[in-house]
Design a protein around this ligand. Structure first.
Ligand SMILES: Nc1ncnc2c1ncn2[C@@H]1O[C@H](COP(=O)(O)OP(=O)(O)OP(=O)(O)O)[C@@H](O)[C@H]1O
Length: 261
């Protein structure tokens, strides 16, 4: 655990915003969930973590969130070592995790209110992000009155309203139907262009990764590790029927096939 080890002051050298320095993690001593993962992620990059079940995608996200501490190694965000959750990192989960007793407005104001923002500023900020996800007209409703896609847009707005530098997204669109998923992918691309957060997005879906990511990290299990690191230098929005898209799809499919076997 980080608290029991001497903690280095800053990550060395590079322009990386998130630096993952040889981290390993195990839930039980007989099995490494992650082994010696090293990564350097620049500010504003949209990174997708792709890989078969059990390769450690969620574990890596939870380590960056500070919900777990590495057994070995360190994670730095903006030069500061991670030793717990913090408002610089926002999380979006597959199951939305909205507060059912709060209105949509209340959900989005939650982070800013914890941060001590005055009521007027909180309201303005919530309004800004509600408009960004095109839900300004339902601010007074409660989560149980919304569709899955609407709930996930609220969850994204709530995460952004807390002002994080890093957005950690754990299969956020996996429970949605194909059409809603497609629509939200487009919204997320637009939000990333507008706000430029650094995003780590977990998905099983190759198509989703190619559509969204500036960079795809393919992971493999037993032990969990990164086996492929690919920059995707295609303009967004990306055309699924293009030759480049098909080539990337085939390459990732082969990687995942090898990783899972
Ligand atoms: N709470 C836990 N206790 C014990 N082992 C766990 C726990 N959570 C995950 N693991 C194990 O750690 C490894 C990595 O799991 P993780 O959930 O990070 O993988 P994943 O790639 O996100 O999988 P999936 O795509 O199925 O969500 C797996 O072997 C898993 O069984």
């Amino acid at each position: 655990m980080t608290a029991h080890r001497p903690v280095p002051g800053r990550a060395d050298g590079s322009a990386s915003f998130i630096q993952i320095d040889s981290i390993s993690f195990s839930f039980d001593p007989a099995h490494l969930a992650l082994r010696s993962v090293k990564l350097s992620i620049p500010k504003g990059q949209f990174v997708c973590l792709l890989g078969p079940s059990g390769c450690g995608k969620t574990t890596l996200l939870n380590l960056i969130a500070g919900f777990l501490s590495p057994s070995d190694g360190y994670i730095f965000v903006n030069g500061q070592v991670i030793d717990g959750p913090g408002p610089d990192r926002g999380m979006v989960f597959q199951d939305y995790s909205l507060f059912p007793w709060l209105t949509i407005q209340g959900n989005i104001e939650f982070g800013p209110s914890i941060a001590g923002l005055p009521a007027k500023e909180r309201r303005e900020r919530a309004g800004h992000y509600l408009d960004m996800v095109n839900l300004g007209h339902i601010a007074d409703r409660y989560p149980n009155e919304l569709s899955g896609g609407m709930k996930q847009r609220v969850a994204i707005a709530r995460a952004l309203a807390a002002g994080p530098k890093v957005l950690l997204m754990d299969e956020p669109f996996a429970a949605l139907d194909a059409m809603t998923r497609n629509h939200l992918q487009g919204e997320l691309i637009r939000i990333h262009e507008l706000e430029q957060p650094t995003i780590l997005f977990v998905t099983h879906n190759i198509d989703e990764a190619i559509r969204l990511a500036d960079r795809v990290l393919v992971m493999s299990p037993n032990p969990g590790r990164v086996v492929r690191d690919v920059l995707i230098d295609l303009e967004k929005p990306r055309v699924r029927t293009s030759l480049e898209f098909a080539r990337l799809y085939d390459a990732f499919e082969a990687d995942i096939g090898h990783a899972a076997s």
